[in-house]
Structure formats: structure tokens, C-alpha cells
Write a protein that binds this ligand. Structure first.
Ligand code: SAM
Length: 278
């Protein structure tokens, strides 16, 4: 965050709130890194989640025709209005991203393609991803700052998988671009961060055509920590164990394996094999 932004926070008497994940970007070089990583075209429509003091918003506005930027904190709105006032292509939205229908916002203006670029509030990373992935209009790609460990979980390989990694990899190609030190933020958080790119798949390229059903099986499979797949699926789906074991064997897996070892293709095979038993 530049000196101007620090002074604005002081001037408006705003103290960062931990409860809202307010760790503002301090170093201009990191703002530039995020913008560069997004490889934006002038015609792109960008959605920013968590405008903060507008440090990233204005840099995005210099690159593209339209920026939607959502900020929940009432205290930041006067600052933001001041900072973005000369950028007529920025639409500031005062609200909770999780309550906002992104597709209706974009539909309203006849946009059918958008990119998410954001230093998101870390405390709702999973919820934000679910909201975006399960919305009716998904972005073409996302450039996000997230907690380092969360980035690593999203990019995990079979053996270390979780619902988060299955979800991220079901909907996108996950790449960790750079690690970002805690010192890049004000106030300095307790964790390091990572800049990630999620290259979101087209609907037709998803590994399964029924995400709702797919994630019903995934969540059941991960429902009980450290349980074997045969037990978590039996309990989670309320199906007879012998039938579950048969299905697992039929898709070429070991009923005693742990859910974290499965690939996203394995979950797809399981979903297809279980559908008639549900
Ligand atoms: N983009 C700014 C930056 O890089 O300096 C701020 C990033 S800060 C990590 C996250 C921002 O998200 C904060 O300004 C916070 O108030 C906002 N925020 C937190 N929860 C939110 C929510 N549910 N909806 C919209 N914004 C939210």
C-alpha cells in the first residue's frame, strides 16, 4: 500500500479489522505482480472481491474497460469513492460477495465473460470459491492471493487430496505462481501468501456433467476423517456396505483406501457407479 493509502486510512480513522480479513497490500510491486499475472485484455471485464482501499482496483481500471469491485466494510466506502472517483469504468458494489449473484450482475449488463482478480479475505476463501464455482456463470480465469497453505492444498496431488483440492481441480487448472511474504501486507499477517491462477474449465470440459451429484459423493467420501473409503461412503450415503464395496472394486479401487488418495477421475467413476444406488 502506498503512502497515500495509509494516509487515507488514517484520515478516515479506519483501523484494519482482522475479522474481515483486512490485510491490505503494502508493496506496489505486488500489486503490479497480480495485475501482470492476470494478462488482461482491454476488453476484459474484471471482478475484484474485497476492494480494501482500492490499491488494486485502480491498477485494474487502467487495464480494462470494466471493473466490478465488491467491498463489505462501510468504513472503506468513502475512501474507495475518493480513490476510484476518476475511474469511470469502476463499478463499486457495497456488499457481501457471498450474498451477491455474480451472474445476475453481469447479465444485467450483458457480459457473459469475466475474470476474477483479487486479494481475497482469507477467512472465507472456501466459501468464495464455492460461491463462484457453483454459480451459473463462472469466470474464464482467476488470479488470487490466498494463504500459502491453502494454495498448496488446492494444488495437492493424490495422496494429499481434500474436498478443497478436489473442488479446485474439478473446476480449474490450479497453478501456484509465486509465494508472497507476510511483509507485503499491512498489517503483517501471521501467515505467508501465494499468488495462484485458476484456469477455469468450460462447462463441457468438466470431468463430470453433474457437479451436484459428484460433490455429494466427494463430501460423503471425505465425511469421516481417516476412515477407509468403504466406511465413509457407506455411512455418508446410507447405502449397504456390501454394495459399496462392490462398486469400489468395480471402478478399480481398493475399498480400504483413504479418500485423499483418489484422483478427480476416480471420483467421477465412483459417481457414475453409485448413481443407481442413491
Ligand atoms: N484489495 C485490497 C488490498 O489488496 O489491499 C484489500 C484486500 S483485504 C485482504 C480483503 C478485503 O475484503 C477487505 O477490504 C475486507 O473488508 C473485504 N471483505 C471481507 N469480507 C468480505 C465479503 N464478505 N464481501 C466483500 N468484501 C469483503
Amino acid at each position: 500500500m502506498s503512502k497515500i493509502h495509509i494516509n487515507l486510512l488514517k484520515h478516515f480513522n479506519v483501523y484494519p479489522k482482522k475479522s474481515l480479513g483486512q490485510n491490505f497490500l503494502f508493496e506496489p510491486v505486488w500489486v503490479q505482480n497480480i495485475v501482470d499475472a492476470a494478462q488482461l485484455k482491454t476488453s476484459d471485464v474484471v471482478l475484484e472481491i474485497g476492494s480494501g482501499t482500492g490499491v488494486l482496483t485502480t491498477e485494474l481500471a487502467k487495464k480494462v474497460n470494466k471493473v466490478f469491485s465488491i467491498e463489505i466494510d462501510d468504513r472503506l466506502i468513502p475512501i474507495l469513492k475518493n480513490v476510484v472517483s476518476e475511474y469511470k469504468n469502476v463499478r463499486l458494489i457495497h456488499g457481501d460477495v457471498l450474498e451477491y449473484s455474480i451472474s445476475s450482475l453481469l447479465d444485467e449488463l450483458s457480459y457473459d465473460r469475466f475474470v476474477v482478480v483479487a486479494n481475497i479475505p482469507y477467512y472465507i476463501t472456501g466459501k468464495i470459491l464455492r460461491h463462484i464455482f457453483h454459480g451459473s456463470l463462472r469466470p474464464s480465469h482467476m488470479i488470487l492471493l490466498v494463504q500459502k497453505e491453502v494454495a498448496q492444498r488446492m494444488a495437492a496431488l493424490p495422496g494429499q487430496m481434500s474436498v478443497l483440492s478436489v473442488s479446485a481441480q474439478f473446476f480449474s487448472q490450479v497453478d501456484i505462481l509465486k509465494y508472497v511474504p507476510a511483509g507485503a501486507f499491512y498489517p503483517k499477517p501471521d501467515v505467508d501468501s501465494a499468488l495462484i491462477e485458476l484456469d477455469v474449465f468450460d462447462e463441457n470440459d468438466l470431468i463430470h456433467n453433474d457437479p451436484v451429484l459428484y460433490f455429494r459423493i466427494v463430501k460423503a467420501g471425505f465425511g469421516q476423517k481417516r476412515k477407509q473409503l468403504q466406511n465413509s461412503l457407506t455411512n455418508g450415503l446410507g447405502i449397504n456396505k456390501a454394495q459399496v464395496v462392490e462398486v469400489i472394486l468395480n471402478v478399480g479401487l481398493d475399498p480400504k483406501c483413504r479418500p485423499q488418495t483418489l484422483t478427480i477421475q476416480d471420483w467421477s467413476n465412483l459417481t457414475n457407479a453409485l448413481v443407481d444406488l442413491l
